[in-house]
Design a protein around this ligand. Structure first.
Ligand SMILES: NC(=O)c1ccc[n+]([C@@H]2O[C@H](COP(=O)([O-])OP(=O)(O)OC[C@H]3O[C@@H](n4cnc5c(N)ncnc54)[C@H](OP(=O)(O)O)[C@@H]3O)[C@@H](O)[C@H]2O)c1
Length: 258
């Protein structure tokens, strides 16, 4: 029997990277999945993989989180299909490279809309259903919430610090209802998120060569599977006494401050 059999898990940004790997792991545990993305082809591919891995059912939702419509559509379609929700994984996110000189109001709004505002309002709409199932929320934050690096990610770091605070505040608010709220904070995982920032293949390769040794364990970057394992654990009944926590999946990079 799968650990998530009979449970409905909604994962945002599941068309790629960490969200896709998290979806595959929940699928192996027989969850019923609701997956969002913008790229239809990529989302369909992940959905097929999840079905093959053992997901009970997979709902695909094309949703853009820069609008209220995308947020409402995600919750409405999930509830319409399954009529319940056990786990919400707020994973969709974006990065811009910014310094005090290069930050613009547009970059600030886009980053905070996707990384902070969308998780908050998705969760707001999900809460009545999570209360019924005594479910939980896992927010994908980042080691960047705690470290300011030399990598010129100021606005991104600010947005992830807000995600950590959202996690803690909501955990306090929801404890009496037995809805748990936690965050997973990965360090560097080679996914497509930095493609926009690191335009050439060479820049991309060099970036991850630089970040690898910053992780004390194994002196390498983190894998998507290592992040997905942490998400699955926090979402599971093995974590029934864990709420408001920030779980760094960073090979000790945060404690080393690099
Ligand atoms: N990779 C890392 O090193 C790292 C480290 C720490 C934290 N994180 C966090 O992990 C999360 C996932 O990132 P990733 O590395 O897996 O990146 P990714 O491969 O680029 O995936 C991002 C996901 O978010 C979706 N998304 C982006 N903008 C969106 C929007 N405006 N509306 C709706 N969905 C949107 C993307 O959809 P489409 O692709 O379909 O457009 C995709 O499914 C993010 O919150 C990120 O901040 C990543």
């Amino acid at each position: 029997m799968g650990e998530f059999e009979g449970k409905v898990v909604l994962i945002t940004g599941a068309s790629s990277g960490l969200g896709a790997e998290t979806a595959r792991l929940f699928a192996k545990e027989k969850a019923s999945l609701s997956l969002t993305g913008r790229n239809e082809e990529n989302l369909a591919k992940v959905a097929e993989e999840c079905k093959a891995l053992g997901a009970e059912e997979v709902l695909q939702i094309i949703a853009h989180f820069d609008s209220r419509q995308g947020i409402e559509k995600t919750i409405n379609e999930t509830i319409k299909k399954y009529n319940k929700l056990n786990v919400l994984v707020n994973n969709a996110g974006i990065v811009y490279s910014t310094t005090i000189n290069t930050a613009t109001p547009e970059i600030f709004d886009d980053t905070f809309n996707i990384n902070v505002k969308a998780p908050l309002f998705l969760t707001q709409l999900a809460i009545p259903f999570l209360e019924k199932t005594k479910g939980n929320v896992v927010n994908i934050s980042s080691s960047s919430s705690q470290m300011s690096t030399k990598l010129e990610l100021m606005v991104y770091c600010m947005s992830k610090a807000a995600v950590d605070q959202f996690t803690k505040s909501l955990a306090i608010e929801m404890a009496k209802k037995e809805v748990r709220v936690n965050a997973v904070n990965p360090a560097s995982v080679p996914t497509k998120i930095f493609r926009k920032v690191l335009k050439t293949e060479d820049d991309y390769k060099k970036y991850y060569e630089t970040t690898g040794p910053m992780h004390l364990l194994h002196e390498r970057n983190v894998t998507a599977r290592e992040v997905a394992d942490a998400v699955l654990f926090l979402a599971s009944d093995r974590a029934t006494m864990i709420t408001g926590t920030r779980l760094n999946v960073d090979g000790g990079r945060v404690i080393a401050g690099q």
